[in-house]
Design a protein around this ligand. Sequence first.
Ligand code: 8IG
Length: 278
Amino acid sequence: MTVASATSNPYELAAESAAEVTRWAGAPPHDVAIVLGSGWQGVADGLGTAEAERATADLPGFAAPTVAGHHGQLRSLRVGDHRVLLLIGRTHLYEGRSPAEVVHPVRTAVIAGARVVVLTNAAGGLDPAMRPGQAVLIRDHLNLMGASPLGGPAPPAGYRGRFVDLTDLYPARLRALAKQVDPTLTEGVYAALGGPHYETPAEVAMLRRAGADLVGMSTAFEAIAAHHLGASVLGISLVTNLAAGVSPTPLDHEEVLAAGAAAAPYLVELLSGVLSAL
Ligand code: 8IG
């Protein structure tokens, strides 16, 4: 269920929920938003004590999550000089949601003031050298979702047009900050597929030949939408499994959540370090 609104325009709807977030959290605005994907939920408490917290269910445009490990919650916290909006749980295309619904939380955060958006996810590793529990910085993506979050009605007056350049979608400056925190971090190309099934071994072989290092079912739309609104994006994948045909065993969602829980202390250090370097 989604809370009713007078508008069906996705930008106006995001502006409405941003106004509600601003009213709720007060000034100054959040300057950083962090989306915690599956496997990353355990990180929320480690980042600091929430000044305020609410379910997304009563905010305009937020879809109710349907996936185990995705809660649908906003938290507002201070980390050093930053006001951070944590978006806990996310909406995926495979839940039957539209691209606009998938990016609504990120649009809300950027319109509410976020200049940096950190997108986290759990992903399959395509490189046999990758290890479950390893974090990888997203250097670029292949959007194989067959859609764009900028499709649909043209952005209203005051927004950038929809033919957006994506050359610098995941800016090197933000990746460099993360590497200052952990010099052993590597980078990779994230292939976004619709899911919810995992890939066939033939698809995994294709993705490797196409230059992908990671595969998952999120993030690409949100990165595009955040960049379109002028925010800078840092993408971090937690490799929780090796992809089909690379992994010796079948894939399963519990494995994702377990790998996330085990990596949580490291991921807290990493995100806290990035926030203090920002
Ligand atoms: I975690 O192997 C996780 N998410 N598409 N493929 C896709 N998504 C994933 C995978 C994977 N692992």
